[in-house]
Design a protein around this ligand. Sequence first.
Ligand code: ZN
Length: 433
Amino acid sequence: MVWNKIECAKREDIESLQLKRLQETLKRVYALTPFYKKKFDELKILPEDIKSLEDIQKLPFTKKQDLRDHYPFGLFTVPMSQVVRIHSSSGTTGKPTVVGYTAADMDVWNEVMARVYTMAGVTAGDVVHNGYGYGLFTGGLGFHEAAQKIGATVVPASGGFTDRQLMLMRDFGATVLAATPSFALHLAEIAKKSGPNYRDEYKLKCGLFGAEPVSDGLKKEVSEAWGIDYHETYGLSEIIGPGVSSSCKYSKLLHINEDHFYPEIIDPKTGEVLGEGERGELVITTLTKQALPIIRYRTGDITSLTYEPCKCGRTTVRMESIVGRADDMLIVNGVNVYPSQVEHVIANTEGVTLNYQIVADKKGFLDKLEILVEISDEVISDNIKELENIKKELQHSLLNNLYINANVKLVEPRTIERSMGKAVRVVDKRSEK
Ligand SMILES: [Zn+2]
């Protein structure tokens, strides 16, 4: 089932709607946000200069720092009397980023989240156990209101209190679990204690998982631990919260609600727009936001787009699951290397731990890559043959899956340099030379 027929619209209809909404948004930010007016004036661009969707490439980017610099409400385009909700990201350093919503923005948010639920087959009659954190974080309330909108029963469980959550899931007959994948796995670990048939005590049929980057291996683990369909959701508070995109029953790729959010993929180093299928940083322009419209927001997330139609009947552009963060990207002999992808390969190899370090260095004119990986405690470090096999397997997987030609060096447990308790992931010695 499809929530809104716009999700199945013809490409030309979507694009003409996007262009109309983009032009309205540009007029709005130019007239109402001194920050954007200044940026447009510097580039000698007026909103009416944007005559096609391609013209969006002439516009400046917005970065997370721009939101911080205008803390708390400096980028809002409506008076506070029209703002009905505030959310904010956790600021680990300095000020958090603050976002606001008008009543119309709340309608859009609930609309796109209703699509997310419908895409996963959730309808009236379902019981949604919402394990996302309630509060300033957009997860909890984002999943909450739309569950009500589609007529489902929502249990606002929030995070923590694992035993009690499991009891509620059993007693209230939860059919849908909305949570971060790591929390879903944690719940399963505890549930397993009641015996091998623990799944029979629950009525779960699917899960809506998001808010953290996840490898395919972990998705499979969550899906198997609960015996449910895994649906991925993607979003960020700067754009709206959860509801930017999500996966359907037929594909692992995530349908973007592109009548509200216009996506582009750029080369994170040069800012150049990349083509369909090419991996780069996701940039999003909001097309309907009232309180906080954002132009070409650099999400920092690495993905790619495809316009291929999907079996589910939706025609919206799809993105692949986030493969890494732009900040972490290394370019080695012209190949983009994301630590998260290397981590994925290591996670699928027996005998090693996820404590690793990627060291990039120069050898003559060429880059060379060495990956240090701590072996697990169970591996005997003087079993040369076993170590050699692990090393070969890792090098082989890196080359075949990621086209990375690296020298893998296995090291003793707990020997890689730690910072704040975590292994230092990337050391780039090339910049020192
Ligand atoms: Zn689909």
